[in-house]
Write a protein that binds this ligand. Structure first.
Ligand code: PTJ
Length: 250
C-alpha cells in the first residue's frame, strides 16, 4: 500500500486484505467508527489468517442456515455496528432489500456524531443502489433488558420487536441479552471462541464481507431451516484452525 496516496496496489499478494483494511481506515476518517474499531478488526484478521482467509465448509453451512432463518422469520432485522457498515454496508442493504426488512444501526460506543455519520453513509448507499430500505436507530425509544447505558438503546419497531436478528461482530453481553429476549440471534464472528459465537443461535465463523456476499446468493434460493447444532459448527471451525496450524509444520 502506498500510505501517502492511500492507494492499494492490485499486484500485492495481500491485496484483498489490504482493501478491507482500507475500508476501515476510510470509514474511521469519516467519523463512522469507534476508537477500538481497528483493534477489533485486527483480532478478526488473526482468526481469518488461521482459517486460511476462506469460507470453510461449516461456515458455508451456517450461512445457509442463517439465510433460511431470515427467510422464515416473521419480523427479521439486521443490526449493524460501525465495522459492519464500513465493510459491507452496501451488501447488507441488498440483503435487507431481499428480505424486505429494516436495518437498525446499533452501536456499542454511541455518540450523536457517529450515529449521524453512519445514518448518512447508509442513506447515501441506499440512494446509490436505488433501494428503499428502512434505516432505524436514530430515534431509540426502547431498551434491551439487562443492558445499562447507551448500548441498551434500540427502537421499538426495530430490534425490540424483531423475532430474528442478524448481528455481525456483536459483543457478548448484547448477544446474551438479545437471546434472553427470546430472539433467534444469528451471529457473524471470525472468533469461534468469543462469547457472541457461543451464545448465538447460529454462528457463522467467517469474514463479514464474504458472509454478506454469500447471503445475497443464498437468500433467493429460500433454503430450509434445519435442526442446527451450533456447538458442532464451532467445533468444526476450531478443528479447521487446528489442522491449518498442524499442516504449516508438516
Ligand atoms: O461500532 P461499535 O461502537 O458498535 O463498535 C464495534 C466494535 C467492533 C469496535 C466493538 O463491537 C468491539 O469492540 O468488538 P469486539 O468485542 O472487539 O469484538 C469484535 C469481534 O468481531 C471479534 O471477535 C473479532 O474476531 C470479530 N471480527 C472482527 N473483524 C471481523 C470479525 N468478524 C467477522 N468479520 C470481520 N471482518
Amino acid at each position: 500500500m502506498n500510505e501517502d496516496e492511500n492507494v492499494v496496489d492490485p499486484s500485492h499478494p495481500r491485496y484483498q486484505s489490504l482493501m478491507i483494511r482500507k475500508k476501515i481506515a476510510d470509514a474511521g476518517a469519516k467519523g463512522m467508527l469507534a476508537d477500538s474499531a481497528m483493534i477489533a478488526h485486527g483480532r478478526g484478521e488473526a482468526f481469518d489468517y488461521l482459517l486460511g482467509e476462506q469460507t470453510i465448509q461449516s461456515a458455508q453451512d451456517a450461512t445457509r442456515e442463517v439465510a433460511a432463518r431470515l427467510v422464515r422469520a416473521r419480523k427479521p432485522i439486521l443490526s449493524l455496528n460501525g465495522n459492519a457498515i464500513a465493510l459491507a454496508g452496501a451488501e447488507f442493504l441488498t440483503v435487507a432489500s431481499q428480505l424486505n426488512c429494516p436495518i437498525e444501526i446499533n452501536i456499542f460506543y454511541r455518540t450523536p456524531e457517529r450515529m449521524g455519520a453512519l445514518l448518512g453513509n447508509l442513506k447515501m448507499l441506499n440512494t446509490k443502489l436505488g433501494l428503499d430500505v428502512e434505516i432505524l436507530g436514530g430515534v431509540p425509544d426502547a431498551r434491551i433488558p439487562g443492558l445499562e447505558g447507551p448500548r441498551g438503546a434500540c427502537q421499538s419497531n426495530g430490534i425490540f420487536e424483531a423475532d430474528t436478528i442478524l448481528v455481525p461482530l456483536e459483543d457478548g453481553d448484547r448477544c446474551e441479552a438479545l437471546t434472553a429476549m427470546g430472539k433467534e440471534v444469528l451471529v457473524i464472528d471470525l472468533n469461534p471462541l468469543s462469547r457472541s459465537s457461543r451464545k448465538g443461535t447460529v454462528t457463522v465463523v467467517d469474514e463479514v464481507t464474504r458472509v454478506a456476499s454469500n447471503l445475497i446468493q443464498m437468500i433467493p434460493q429460500k433454503p430450509s431451516v434445519t435442526e442446527w447444532n451450533n456447538d458442532q459448527a464451532l467445533l468444526a471451525a476450531l478443528n479447521h484452525i487446528s489442522s491449518t496450524i498442524t499442516n504449516k509444520f508438516q
